[in-house]
Design a protein around this ligand. Structure first.
Ligand code: SAM
Ligand code: SF4
Length: 502
């Protein structure tokens, strides 16, 4: 008889060997070619060098009209070096965000479930060859305890649930974690609290697996391409691993769309290759999704490579992105894809977040912990050998919300759009014409009130109430027909009713 351990290893190897479904790649190729054309990108970047200021100003007008930019226009903005023009671009990026999303910022928390991983990405603390990493996969009870802290003590309503890639965290396990999170409901000071939306950041999946996640009710499917430059991709992702397959990852969102998951989040890990190339790659991805499915990405993420425990690749990487280039790339993404949500994470330190957020970001995390089991169990905020990388900002949600309110941003805990079917193409159209903003403005006030009453410190309540008063005045003036309903919801919320939305 075969020893039991061999059978387990055989099953795991079979799982790996069957993971990539080649026919689910080839069906989307154009004449056998993928949508990233490296030579074309290089030549567009080269031929749009030395942009003149009149052209740049014209392009900014197009962004302000909430139109996706072309490759040449984006390459032109990426090549601007004149300080005054850059300042104009940054101002326009802020205006585009204001036009589409007003002064709202959505907050969320990452919830790391498992660092078991069969891949060996050179930059990641979870890679299988990292013997320092303490491996752990949370049990369902542990996930519930993590969620209780997130909803009962901090007040989060939205998560990004993160996984390594392993047969022990297959789609059935992922689905059970999403269900466990949704089941947690905690009594709060004035009402109750619950996670209302779980987005997932996990390895690319097949259409069949994605349909299972759609069924269980996940939010955005997030997969970052890491680098769109194929040669570099193949160098940093060993070719004998699942993640080594560039095309399987590149078409993850096509499969998500086909499976009915129409809110998709794309991203690049900045610091692996040339940042201008990556912005062009993100734009190519957005345009490809718009052309093939009529819907662009719901969100774009732009994580910068951070140091990770026992991970030499992250020390002095060749393509490290400076702070000023980072500002520019965020600005250009905002201008190139004006309708998309943009996610700024706690990888960046507090000062950098203050600088980057006004350039058009729409979502950010706070009270962030990325160790496995770190919300309920850990005393240290940073636990090198249980984390994928080190965080730049570990400030509390209360502190971040207060700082945002002081700067005039209202933190929205709203997830209503998704639950009313305002997703995918519907939300894209509403965003482009500014209509989604009406509902969002109302829901931001209600959900901010909920959070202030249940979780905020007295200082944050004081600042938050001034902001709410200003928002209510604006709604009364600009949306008089919706004002009475808003006030009815608002008073009920103050009395302890929860989860009312437009
Ligand atoms: N294992 C899944 C995968 O690779 O698709 C989930 C992703 S991983 C847990 C989340 C993201 O973190 C990665 O896609 C990558 O962009 C980012 N990441 C990995 N190592 C990083 C580092 N050293 N610094 C910053 N971000 C990193
Ligand atoms: Fe695994 Fe994802 Fe880390 Fe790569 S980035 S080693 S796939 S967890």
């Amino acid at each position: 008889m075969k020893p039991k351990t061999n059978t387990i290893a055989d099953n795991a190897n079979r799982w790996i060997a069957n993971r990539v479904k080649h026919h689910q790649i080839t069906k989307y190729l154009n004449d056998g070619k993928c949508f990233i054309d490296s030579e074309k990108i290089e030549s567009q970047l080269w031929s749009n060098n030395n942009p003149d200021s009149a052209r740049v100003k014209d392009i900014l007008q197009k962004s302000l009209a909430v139109e996706t930019l072309t490759f040449d226009e984006t390459a032109c903005l990426l090549n601007v070096d004149d300080a005054e023009l850059i300042a104009e671009m940054e101002q326009a990026a802020g205006q585009v965000k204001k036009k589409v999303y007003d002064n709202r910022i959505v907050t969320f928390a990452p919830l790391y479930i498992s660092n078991l991983c069969v891949n060996d990405c050179l930059y990641c603390g979870f890679r299988k060859s990292n013997k320092h990493a303490k491996r752990k996969r949370l049990s369902i009870d542990e996930i519930k305890r993590e969620t209780e802290v997130l909803v009962g003590q901090i007040g989060h309503k939205r998560l990004i649930v993160v996984f390594g890639e392993d047969s022990k965290t297959d789609v059935d396990y992922i689905a059970s974690t999403i269900q466990a999170i949704a089941d947690v409901k905690v009594k709060t000071k004035c009402g109750f609290s619950q996670i209302r939306r779980s987005n997932v950041n996990a390895a690319p999946m097949s259409i069949e697996d994605l349909k299972i996640l759609k069924e269980v009710g996940i939010g955005t499917v997030q997969v970052f391409q890491e680098t769109y430059h194929r040669q570099t991709y193949e160098q940093v992702h060993p070719q004998n691993t699942i993640k080594g397959d560039y095309l399987w990852r590149l078409y993850a969102m096509h499969r998500a769309m086909e499976a009915g998951c129409d809110d998709v989040g794309i991203g690049a890990l900045f610091g692996i290759y040339d940042w201008k190339f990556e912005v062009m790659g993100l734009l190519s991805h957005a345009i490809e999704l718009e052309e093939k499915f009529g819907i662009g990405p719901h969100t774009i993420s732009f994580p910068r490579l951070e140091p990770a425990d026992n991970t030499p690749f992250t020390q002095n990487p060749e393509y490290a992105v400076s702070d000023s280039d980072f500002r520019k790339l965020v600005t250009v993404i905002r201008l190139a894809v004006p309708y998309t949500g943009m996610i700024l994470t706690a990888r960046e330190n507090a000062e950098m977040r203050r600088q980057i957020l006004p350039l058009g970001c729409t979502q950010t995390d706070a009270s962030t912990r990325i160790g496995i089991g770190a919300y309920a169990g850990a005393t240290d905020c940073q636990q090198g050998n249980k984390q994928q990388f080190m965080l730049g900002d570990i400030r509390s949600l209360d502190t971040v919300v207060r700082e945002l309110a002081e700067a005039g941003y209202i933190t929205s805990f709203c997830t209503a759009g998704y639950r009313c079917g305002r997703t995918g193409e519907k939300i894209m159209n509403l965003l482009r014409c500014g209509k989604e903003g009406q509902f969002c403005k109302l829901n931001a006030v209600i959900t901010f009130r909920e959070w202030l009453d249940d979780f905020a410190s007295p200082e944050t309540i004081a600042i938050g109430e001034n902001l709410i008063a200003k928002e209510i005045r604006e709604i009364k003036e600009k949306m008089p027909s919706l004002y009475p309903q808003l006030m009815s919801f608002y008073e009920k919320t103050k009395a302890g009713q929860r989860d009312m939305y437009f």
